[in-house]
Design a protein around this ligand. Structure first.
Ligand code: SF4
Length: 365
């Protein structure tokens, strides 16, 4: 079996050669896999999606974990599971309910895609089992397809996320500089594939990611206690933190005004009505005032600048209290609403804006 596995797997062609000989020695490779699986069996974190695992829990956790930390995801995952325990319940939910339950996790297209995906799965007799079929589903890229099919269906397909990039480049002390994280993941996927255990691919994938998340930290990796230190060039050399080499992207800064207007115990909010906008259906303080509101420029007072970062953009949002204004016709332009506390509990607000509104409301009470 080992030789068969070895023949099946082609070493990826990379600019650098592999100075680490163990890749050429099948026994060393098998030992590496065994050490990783034993380590995972004894050290894996007790995460809610690993208890009585199911396809639904795997898909849900993978969607939530995209761009979000495990500790942030856990309470959302538990809340979501109570409300939508399976694909069928989710498929029958409204988009508003789904967005409301997702509120605070950000990147709302994930929630919309999850809803679309559950509707498609509901219409099928059995769920798809191959990477190719999963890649055709909304919101599913190579990473989620590999994670879901390996964990739920034992497909021998390696995941290659940021954790894998870190672990692999460190093991081989890889000098090549990648343009960005996505390029590194794409380029290193064949190497991750070379490592995968055909017997327990889902556990192998999770073991590699777990190592990256809990031992091979970006800063101060725990090399001394790492189960694969004997295989790791940079761990032994003590320069693990120099890998991976990824070009730094410059962060851009954007300043946005955010207007705070109150009327009869309500606050003015706005959502973008273009479905192309990622925050479509999600309310925030408006950055422009509607044409039906006339205001006195001299009455504007800054309530401070709030900051948030999305991707590589640092947003500085100055909240401007407009204390003197007149509402003409009582009509608002489309996308704007007046919301009191109760209404705000019912609609979806972006996480930072809900936090800022709560803070400012209580300081003004
Ligand atoms: Fe990461 Fe250190 Fe382990 Fe190498 S030895 S995989 S650098 S934690």
């Amino acid at each position: 079996i080992h030789e068969k596995e070895m023949r099946k797997t082609q070493l990826p062609s990379m600019k650098n050669s592999y100075p680490n000989d163990f890749l050429k020695d099948i026994n060393q490779l098998l030992l590496f896999r065994k050490i990783m699986l034993d380590w995972y069996d004894n050290n894996k974190r007790d995460l809610p999606w690993r208890k009585n695992s199911s396809l639904y829990k795997t898909v849900l956790s993978e969607f939530m974990l995209q761009q979000t930390r495990v500790s942030t995801v856990i309470p959302y995952f538990d809340k979501w599971l109570k409300k939508f325990p399976d694909f069928k319940t989710l498929a029958n939910a409204s988009e508003e309910e789904v967005l409301k339950t997702w509120e605070g996790l950000g990147y709302y297209s994930r929630a919309r895609n999850l809803l679309k995906l559950s509707k498609i799965l509901k219409s099928l007799e059995t769920p798809p089992e191959t990477v190719k079929e999963w890649m055709d589903l909304p919101g599913v890229g190579p990473y989620i397809a590999a994670a879901v099919t390996s964990i739920a269906f034992d497909a021998p397909i390696a995941v290659c996320d940021g954790n894998l990039v870190r672990v692999l480049t460190r093991i081989f002390a890889f000098d090549e500089e990648f343009k960005d994280g996505a390029t590194a993941q794409k380029k290193l996927q064949p190497l991750a594939q070379y490592f995968i255990s055909a017997n327990r691919p889902g556990d192998h994938n999770q073991a590699m990611m777990e190592l990256g998340a809990t031992v091979c930290h970006p800063r101060s990796p725990l090399c001394v206690t790492c189960p694969v230190l004997n295989f790791c060039l940079s761990g032994q050399a003590g320069n693990a933190e120099s890998f991976p080499k990824i070009q730094k992207k410059k962060n851009r800064k954007i300043s946005i005004p955010r207007y705070w207007i109150e009327s009869d115990g309500n606050i003015l909010l706005k959502t973008d009505l273009s479905s192309k906008n990622k925050l479509f259906g999600i309310y925030e303080l408006p950055s422009k005032l509607p044409s039906s509101i006339d205001y006195d420029l001299d009455s504007i007072l800054s309530l401070g600048i709030r900051k948030r970062t999305i991707g590589n953009i640092n947003y500085e949002e100055e909240i401007l209290l407009v204390s003197k204004h007149k509402i003409e016709n009582g009509e608002l332009d489309s996308g704007y609403i007046w919301a009191n506390e109760k209404k705000m509990g019912e609609i979806s607000l972006s996480g930072p804006h809900r936090k800022w509104i709560n803070e400012i409301s209580s300081s003004r009470a």
